[in-house]
Write a protein that binds this ligand. Structure first.
Ligand SMILES: [Zn+2]
Length: 108
């Protein structure tokens, strides 16, 4: 298996997520600053937006953890093997989700 290919995929994805996290953090700060100037209704909108930003942030942070774990597995030569049954995970599956921990049988 071409580990370098997956390492590149993971590093690229890691970069994208870090960028979107930066943007999310900036968006959160803008909402706080603007709140003082807003009416009640738009304040509620802003809070809803903030909740959504918080949820996206949590998703992004979880994804980053999964990517970190996958990169560690590449370094330890464990990448691409199912953590449950030790079978090799198909390359197609890893291309779809490079952070996959389980083979298709164990994931189902
Ligand atoms: Zn398995």
């Amino acid at each position: 298996m071409d580990y370098l290919k997956f390492k590149r995929l993971l590093l690229k994805r890691q970069d994208e997520i870090k960028n979107s996290l930066l943007q999310l953090n900036q968006a959160g700060q803008t909402v706080e600053l603007d709140q003082a100037m807003m009416g009640r209704l738009s304040r509620m909108d802003a809070m809803q937006g903030q909740e959504m930003a918080k949820a996206s942030k949590q998703r992004a942070e979880l994804e980053l953890k999964k990517i970190d774990a996958a990169l560690t597995r590449i370094d330890n030569n464990e990448y691409g093997y199912c953590v449950k049954c030790d079978e090799q995970i198909s390359e197609k599956r890893l291309e779809f989700d490079p952070t996959a921990l389980f083979c298709i049988d164990c994931a189902n």
